[in-house]
Design a protein. Sequence first.
Length: 223
Amino acid sequence: MLRLPRVYPILDTESLDRCGISLAVAAAAYLEGGAAILQIRHKAHWSRDLFAASQEVARLCREAGASLIINDRADFAALLNAGLHLGQNDLSPRDARKVLGSNAIIGLSSHSAAQLAAAAGEPVDYVALGPIFATASKRQPDAVVGLDGIRRCRGLMEKPLVAIGGITLDNAREVWTAGADSVAVIAGLLPAAPTARALRERMEEWGHLERHFEPPINADERR
């Protein structure tokens, strides 16, 4: 079974654009700060420039020994030799497997217990649940799941559970304790004055939090 890092940074291009930080610069900063997995999340048209930037991120991930995941687009994930994260309305996991093969990491979003239970039977390596808290990273967010939602859903599947939505340095411990194997983070990795150095230092803060987290007894038996 896949063992995900407890911290799962997401490179959301819209958020990075607002900060004036390029995709490759943010990726390099997070990797230097200790990230072991990155996801490129781009909801608009994939231009040639974006693909070229993603190729640079893929190279950086290879050199760092980190996993790269592409949001939504199986075609670009295949071209970049990366994993894939799917939403509820994207290509089905079974069809994505036909594109990417059996070895690629594939994740699937869920927003309720019913969706998560259904995802447990799909050919995916992990399932994301959220939003856990209110989030500004999605224009039309689903209903907040909350910590109780994690606790209710944790027992519905054996696969790694990734919590997403409004997760910060202040509440991540609660999310892990509730049963999440990993936390996906966008805004929580972007400091008020975002520079490459500031992004690296923020990632290092997350790494420190992860290293000093003590999971509840028996929590790791699920993984």
